[in-house]
Design a protein around this ligand. Structure first.
Ligand code: GLU
Length: 466
């Protein structure tokens, strides 16, 4: 097999959305699976709509998802000389020609064709074979068109959709350079895919109609086109095309919302790709398993509930220290000063069974790093004449107790027993005293992690001791 070379070729006209990120992931995974090369190409020739901020958003999202490229990023705006060179060559060889039709003429032609019930299409009047003896009209800056073959069909075996064929008679002579000289998408894509020796073009199926035109240009240039695989659209939960209406659809919004990059990669891969029944997998497994045959030909839906589940499963599987490193910046963003407090990895290990995102985890973690404000009415509900004595004793006992989870559990149970109480009668107020909330992980584990000083001072404050 030839060396696999894939590319991701976004247009920097907005943030990188989920559909685009999934396309990038598939192209990346295909290259990695085959030990090939992954190339990033920024298609920024639409100067009016491309912005540096959008370029940066793409680079940021690729970096966050760790879709590292081996070559690039290449910028099409920096390759203008190359496109001009190819256009000049095509003109010289009769593969392309100047079309001097004015916009008004083109409109008239279109109107006439539609009136006859025909599909509007360029009629080839400036093709080289039709222009013998004609002189270009003054004052018209021509567009340059590719001389498409008239007869036969153009087709390919699509890596996702199977055989696709178009009749050449259906294809217009494509404009490859506008009247201001700027080359068009279909043309630049071919020059680049050829120069960059792309073996497999994996892209959204909104490009299926471009592919026959691109193949014809490839062949005219005497080059073999790459293999093509067109990936179906990502739909929202309601079955409509995924859009801003469906909430956060820019990839970096998911970073902000507290998803792990590996969980996001897992989740994105499962939108429209499957490996047996595997739902949770690592990046390495994805690379090992990825193939085009696993891509579904039908559009797939985005499912936010599933993303949360996938994320939590990844959080549960991460080594404590790694999860802690992921949690740290989210603690900072939540305004939690973790310096000098418990190790975020240990905190994360306690919270990961009860939170689905790093944001939720950071929100749930604040009492590990700062004393809670305990609402007086809540405290009055929990601390009464029956259990106050047990809590006061525990406060004293904690001064010298061996500070382990086991010893803490035994001490709380014994205190409850001494006062004829069920253990929750001691443990619930303890939660409130040290965490300010009755919903915490196992209280013995929370106490163990908080440490003697913090626990005792919080108890003293809540119980108004000393
Ligand atoms: N720049 C095109 C887009 O963002 C992709 C072109 C391609 O993959 O061939 O839709």
């Amino acid at each position: 097999m030839t060396q696999v070379r894939t590319r991701f070729a976004p247009s920097p006209t907005g943030y990188l959305h989920l559909g685009g990120a999934r396309t990038a992931l598939f192209a990346w995974a295909y290259a990695r699976h085959h030990g090939g090369t992954f190339i990033l190409r920024i298609e920024d020739t639409d100067v009016a709509r491309s912005t540096p901020a959008a370029v940066q958003a793409i680079l940021d999202a690729m970096a966050w998802l760790q879709l590292d490229c081996d070559e690039g990023p290449f910028y099409q705006m920096q390759r203008m000389d190359r496109y001009r060179e190819v256009i000049a060559d095509m003109l010289a060889r009769g593969l392309a020609y100047r079309d001097y039709m004015s916009p008004a003429e083109l409109d008239a032609l279109r109107a006439q064709q539609m009136a006859c019930g025909e599909k509007p299409r360029y009629d080839g009047r400036w093709r080289p074979e039709n222009t013998a003896g004609m002189t270009p009209p003054p004052g018209i800056l021509p567009v340059i068109r590719f001389r498409n073959p008239d007869a036969g069909t153009v087709g390919w075996d699509d890596g996702v959709k199977g055989r696709i064929e178009f009749a050449n008679a259906e294809l217009d002579d494509l404009v490859i350079a506008r009247s201001d000289g700027t080359p068009t998408y279909n043309f630049c894509a071919v020059v680049d895919d050829r120069d960059m020796r792309i073996s497999h073009v994996i892209r959204g199926d909104d490009h299926v109609n471009n592919t026959p035109r691109q193949i014809n240009i490839f062949r005219a240039l005497g080059a073999e086109p790459p293999h093509y695989a067109h990936v179906p659209t990502v739909l929202g939960e309601d079955g409509a095309k995924l859009s801003k209406r469906h909430g956060a659809v820019g990839v970096m919004d998911y970073e902000a919302a507290g998803y792990l990059p590996d969980a996001m990669v897992n989740f994105l891969a499962r939108i429209g790709w499957a490996h047996g029944d595997d739902e949770i997998f690592t990046r390495a497994q994805l690379v090992e398993w990825f193939d085009l045959a696993g891509i579904s030909a039908a559009p797939s839906r985005f499912n936010a509930g599933k993303l949360n589940w996938v994320n939590q499963e990844h959080m549960k599987r991460l080594p404590e220290a790694e999860l802690g490193a992921h949690l740290r910046p989210y603690l900072e963003r939540a305004g939690v000063d973790s310096i000098g407090g418990p190790d975020p990895g240990a905190v994360a290990a306690l919270l990961r069974d009860r939170t689905e995102t790093l944001v939720a985890m950071a929100d749930a973690a604040w009492y590990f790093y700062a004393p809670p404000q305990v609402p007086a009415d809540k405290l009055d509900e929990q601390v009464d004449a029956a259990n106050r004595g047990a809590l006061v004793e525990l406060h004293a006992e904690f001064a010298t107790l061996e500070w382990t989870r086991e010893a803490l559990a035994v001490a709380m149970k014994s205190a409850a027993a001494r006062h004829g109480l069920k253990p929750p009668k001691v443990m619930m107020p303890m939660r409130l005293l040290v965490a300010g909330t009755p919903s915490t992980p196992a209280i013995d584990a929370v106490l163990a992690l908080l440490g003697r000083e913090a626990v005792r001072s919080r108890m003293a404050a809540g119980l108004a001791l000393e």
